[in-house]
Ligand binder design. Sequence first.
Ligand SMILES: [Mn+2]
Length: 327
Amino acid sequence: MHFDVFNGDADGIIALLQLRLSQRHSQPENVTLVTGVKRDISLLKQVDANKATSVTVLDISLEKNSDALTELLDKQVATFYVDHHRSGDIPDSDYLTSIINTDANTCTSLLVNQHLDGEFVNWAIAAAFGDNMQDSAEKLAQQYQLSSMQQALLKELGIYINYNGYGRSVDDLHFHPAQLFEKLLSYSDPFDLINESDSIFHQLKSAYLADMSKAQQSTVLIDNAQLSAVQLADEPWARRVSGVFGNELANASPNKAHAVITLNESQLAGSNTYTVSLRAPLNNKQGAGELCASFPTGGGRAAAAGINALPEEMLGDFFQRVSKYYQ
Ligand SMILES: [Mn+2]
């Protein structure tokens, strides 16, 4: 049995789409799909190494899946691995074929596009937009003389497929990523999908706009010159849209830090905690990791960080410390 293992975001889904649409390769017959929400990247361990005869792995860090990969290679399972995240040491095995490139301007779908000599380049462009590789996507689109209208449509498509991958679990998502992949497989050209009324493109677009408009009505907890913080409900729509919404806020006010705060519902009475996602100002991408790490359960990168369970009584202190830091 063959296993296709792929991240549930636009880049992972479209990387696999290009491979499976391609006539240049013999296609596996008995296939099991393994995928999940975007942040679920520890996927390779779900492959049964005793059943697998071959495996394709797309858009998940090799470093984070190295134990499972080693087991497959030890069992002589032919593995094709394409990715752009941290790889760690790439195993040296006759059973592994890998295309790994961690350049910040490439993504898995662009690597697959090169591998297929541009066979489904319109899909690759949509994926690159969806994976936030703006410059690379535009460059490739111009190389193929796509109009700015066509580019804008592929960008929308990439954003909507990417948005579908966000949630706490697949129950939060509009489409299970495996189901979304199978639906997209009917379209060798994404413009056919976009032009078809009531297609997945239009369904995702309506869902995205509905979630975004709810987010825009959310409660502002604090808004000063250094920090703007909003509270989102602990509900599926908010978990789907919080990342994209946070990006939109950051783009609109690039000189401020932005925090999205969510009450953790499943807490014991009397001990409320919040999930906090903090972005440093776009024009000053530093400090977010340090600030979050100075609270219990916090941590992350300089530009974007978070706190998993900030006790309610520390919320005011958090606002103060962040505001002071970016003064
Ligand atoms: Mn990616």
